[in-house]
Design a protein around this ligand. Structure first.
Ligand code: FAD
Length: 142
């Protein structure tokens, strides 16, 4: 974010020049600029009116929502018609803004898909859904 904010006030052309200049130092023998065939487009998150910051999730009061999203991969209790879609990544993570949660939720989703298709883990190497009842985040009253 600190680097991105330095780019924010610059025009697209200035941003491109800054990036090319930095890349030139890393790849001195590569002429990246010669590969640009149109007007470059640059996007700055921080200039988006709906951008709420990297750590917009998991704030006080969000526990119930985060818990619901995080636990969605265990679908045995859901009505049959609501099973079969699995979410993974930063957006459903317990720790949004860190890659660790993205990886955790990906592993959860893989377990969920495997279980949905009647697969199972080696009992000697249980997956996240197998240990879920013991380790799941506690449910708080609404
Ligand atoms: C500036 C910045 C700094 C960060 N620093 C750290 C750090 O130091 N440590 C840390 O742990 N985490 C850091 N993070 C967070 C980390 O990058 C994320 O948690 C992680 O990348 C999320 O992984 P993901 O797979 O959920 O999503 P992403 O990595 O965002 O992957 C989503 C992918 O989906 C693609 N996509 C989107 N829409 C579509 C579509 N319609 N069709 C096909 N593909 C699509 C996107 O192009 C993207 O490749 C940082 C994030 C940012 C932005």
């Amino acid at each position: 974010m600190s680097d991105a904010l330095k780019m924010l006030p610059r025009s697209p052309q200035e941003r491109v020049e800054l990036c090319l200049d930095a890349l030139r130092k890393i790849y001195p023998r590569l002429d990246l600029a010669s590969h640009i065939i149109g007007d470059p487009i640059t996007v700055s998150w921080e200039a988006d009116p709906n951008f709420l910051g990297a750590f917009k999730g998991a704030l006080p009061g969000h526990y119930r929502y985060t818990r619901r999203m995080y636990c969605h991969f265990r679908q045995d209790e859901l009505p049959a018609a609501e099973r079969g879609i699995f979410m993974a990544g930063d957006g459903v993570s317990w720790t949004p803004g860190w890659v660790e949660g993205a990886v955790q939720t990906a592993l959860n989703a893989v377990w969920g898909i495997m279980h949905h298709l009647s697969g199972e883990c080696d009992p000697a190497n249980p997956g996240p859904g197998d240990r879920f009842d013991k380790l799941k985040p506690i449910e708080l009253p609404e």
